[in-house]
Ligand binder design. Structure first.
Ligand code: ATP
Ligand code: MG
Length: 440
């Protein structure tokens, strides 16, 4: 992508409305624009990052055996009347009427709709287990939308829903998502810690919020510090192994970890003082087993091996991609801007032409840009006629992991500079060496 032909509206000034660093940097880097309170457009640079986050989420959902579909944002109120949640949901739900005066709503979540899809076609235990997910916009009329897309009214969610014949089978489905979440957040460059969450009237232990430690987090959290170094389940994890996944779950729930709602002071104090971590955190995911809470009122049942009908046991599993993007920035930035983990960076490499219009600089940059693009890299080429200082500041701000800098003096020697955004380390090398480093 040539910057001269791209749309990346950089802000020079710090936007006053932004209270936390991620919001400030997303606005300054031209990633998002607020359209009305808590409702955002994702501008091209932000959209690239969001797409990469979603690709990783999708990859890990698929690996764990979940199946993608797409459900609409607008839902009919009828389904929600069946489950009893239409009245219970309160003011967070945006209620709309269509031209026939039929009550509709903008979905805050999809348990009812997915249960309806399930009951319309699945009739036998032989079709289970089943886990259906989508990545879709949601609307919740939050009392206090804030921090940009961290807490917005319209936001994106990956929500998966599992269906099983028995509680035991549902636990395995839960553990699949548990392991998938550990892998997902790790690939996004984050350390997320699963913390016990309230199960309400369902009871049991199968509800976890995945929390990232960050000073600007809205939740107060308490956990054992060893979680920071726990091993993440590998690529070869066998999601069909009941014992294998149970072992992962047991390990990751063996130490104390709770948000303030579930905090047990006495249990926390039993952790040796030097191992206690009391911090603030951002909830980036939430998984929940809720048994037959929706299948009973909505009549979602299958025939079991015993020939009888059974209400299915369900769980739901949410991740917030539009919250993850700022969460990643909270975890990875410096005074100059964002530092993207390579896995979600909007571009892999930015080529900076320090003197656009200079024949040697132009030729060198074109050569590098073409070679790296051909090798499958996402390259941003800063071919604008801005001052070199402005270009450096922009490259640092948008956080692309590698900068290749071509200035007249180096280029005259057949060389360019390669800068690592994270460490700031710079290295001068031949043009060929710079290309080879990233093509190999
Ligand atoms: P919170 O406690 O932060 O209000 P929640 O418990 O209501 O979130 P869930 O219903 O568990 O959220 O939704 C699953 C995921 O969706 C959350 O873990 C979060 O990542 C994301 N999410 C929820 N609400 C918002 C929001 N208003 N803005 C952005 N992301 C959100
Ligand atoms: Mg939650």
């Amino acid at each position: 992508m040539r910057l001269s032909r791209y749309f990346m509206p950089i802000l020079k000034e710090n936007p006053k409305e932004a209270e936390i660093v991620s919001h400030r940097l997303m606005l300054r880097a031209g990633m998002i624009r607020q359209q009305s309170q808590g409702i955002y457009s994702w501008l091209p640079l932000g959209k690239r990052v969001l797409d990469k986050v979603n690709a990783i989420i999708r990859d890990e959902q698929n690996r764990a055996g979940a199946i993608e579909l797409s459900m609409p944002t607008l839902q009919s109120a009828e389904l929600w009347q069946e489950s009893g949640r239409y009245d219970a949901y309160g003011k967070e739900m945006l209620r709309i009427k269509d031209r026939q005066d039929r009550p509709m709503l903008y979905g805050p979540t999809n348990e009812e709709m997915v249960t309806d899809i399930f009951r319309s076609s699945v009739k036998s235990y032989k079709d289970l287990p089943l886990n259906l997910y989508h990545i879709q916009l949601k609307f919740r009329d939050e009392i206090r939308p804030r921090f940009g897309t961290m807490r917005s009214r319209e936001f994106m969610m990956k929500d998966a829903y599992s269906f099983d014949l028995t509680r035991e089978a549902a636990e395995h489905s839960y553990n699949k998502m548990f392991a998938a979440y550990l892998r997902t957040f790790d690939r996004l460059g984050l350390r997320a810690i699963p913390m016990r969450a309230d199960t309400g009237p369902i009871g049991g232990k199968l509800s976890h919020e995945f929390i990232i430690l960050a000073d600007t987090g809205e939740s107060e959290v308490f956990c054992h510090k060893d979680f920071v170094d726990f091993d993440i389940p590998g690529e070869r994890t066998d999601f069909d192994s009941v014992e294998g996944l149970q072992a992962i779950f047991d390990k990751w729930t063996s130490l104390y970890a709770a948000t303030s709602e579930m905090h047990d002071e006495a249990a926390f104090n039993a952790v040796p003082e030097g191992d206690r971590l009391s911090a603030r955190g951002i909830e980036v995911g939430h998984i929940f087993y809720f048994g037959t809470k929706y299948s009973e009122p909505m009549g979602a049942k299958v025939q079991g091996p015993d020939g009888k009908e059974h209400f299915v046991h369900m769980g739901s599993y949410g991740i917030g991609p539009t919250r993850l993007v700022p969460a990643i920035i909270e975890a990875s930035h410096d005074d100059n801007g964002i530092i993207w983990p390579a896995s979600v960076a909007p571009f892999d490499i930015v080529v900076i032409n320090m003197k656009a219009g200079d024949q040697a600089c132009d030729d060198t940059c074109e050569l590098i840009y073409a070679a790296l693009t051909k090798a499958g890299k996402d390259v941003l080429y800063d071919d604008t006629d801005d001052r070199a200082g402005t270009k450096f500041a922009t490259a640092d701000l948008i956080g692309v992991p590698v900068q290749i800098i071509a200035g007249p003096r180096a280029v005259a020697n057949g060389e360019v500079e390669v800068k690592d955004r994270k460490t700031g380390a710079r290295e001068t090398m031949t043009i060929e060496a710079a290309i080879n480093r990233f093509v190999a």
